[in-house]
Design a protein around this ligand. Sequence first.
Ligand SMILES: [Zn+2]
Length: 394
Amino acid sequence: MLAATLSHFFHLPEVNIASIKHEGAHSKVLLCSKAPNVEYCPRCAEPSSTTYDHRTIRVKDAPVREHSVFLLIKKRRLYCKRCKKPFTEPVPGIRKRKRHTDRFERHLTEACNNFCDLKTVRRYYRCSGKYLYQTYYKQLELKARTKLSPWPKSIAIDEHSFRRNRHYGHTEFASVIVDYSKKRVKEVVEGKTSAALMDQLSYIPGRENVKNVVIDMCDPFKSFAREFFPEARIVADKFHVLRLLSPSLLRKRKEITGTRADLRAKKLLLMSSKNIDYFSRIKLEEFLRKYPLMHELYCWKEALHRFYRIRGYNKASRALTELTDRMARSLIPEIKTLRKTLIKRREEILNYFLTRLTNARTEGFNNKAKLVKRRAYGYRSFKNYRLRLLNACS
Ligand SMILES: [Zn+2]
């Protein structure tokens, strides 16, 4: 009766627990055997109940109340009359030649996801670092494989820095592809060039499904999207367009005040004036009145914000033409550059008014990527980084 209850408690349906032995202060050993059922030969599927001899295996199970649990299972070897060879009976939940139960591996993966670092997991589960890494990344790989699906309708691409190159010191990048319908990271790619993206994404089927691609203002992503998804509509990210004048505004401010500090003032300068409260706005206007060049730059930035408040493609198209025409009369070199960019990216910028898609979600995942990197104090292997990031953003 007690044995049956114990088996039930340990969730081992086909295993009979005979007794429990203490081994040191922190581990328990369960002496058990498998229920004597009829087993089938793995070679010819012939049923057999003829016992040939016995073997005892020792496997580690998930811990119970901070105590390691080992199962000492006496297994039968059965004789197959057709093959004239013996075979060992299988135990559900323990794979052949494994020293840990499947349950232990699942527990370990869960702990790796939730504990602050893998070293703590190693100490808690009393296993070697090599075993922990191998098991964890194998489980993540399996999980990533179950999420394989064709391309969705809307995607976004953005890059973030991955690490410093150890030999040359330059920054290496990782590109994130976000699935908009499922709100998760679809794939992480090493590098941010068009060739790298094509090479590493070619395995995903259903390219023709993609109708919208949101990108920032960089050329490699645009050429990649054009070539890889010929039927898709390319959308320039709203926030990247709004940010185009920020560096020149901040530079001008530094020239005037002689300092880059004062975050509050910086923020006020870059915010849309619609969101600034009354008293701050008065202060800002006072400051701008003293510096006409700065004021003009600020007005152009505000014009961009106003442009993005428009609803409807046709209205936006007319407004953009009018905006670039007005910019042509400006004498500030930054505005001339901005005008060129707006004309060059006109189609993508206007596509925003058809889809209203932005890269906000991708930026959110970039933030998460930063946390993933911090948690492991950086990664040397891109493969492992990719699996961790896919796991964190799924
Ligand atoms: Zn057989």
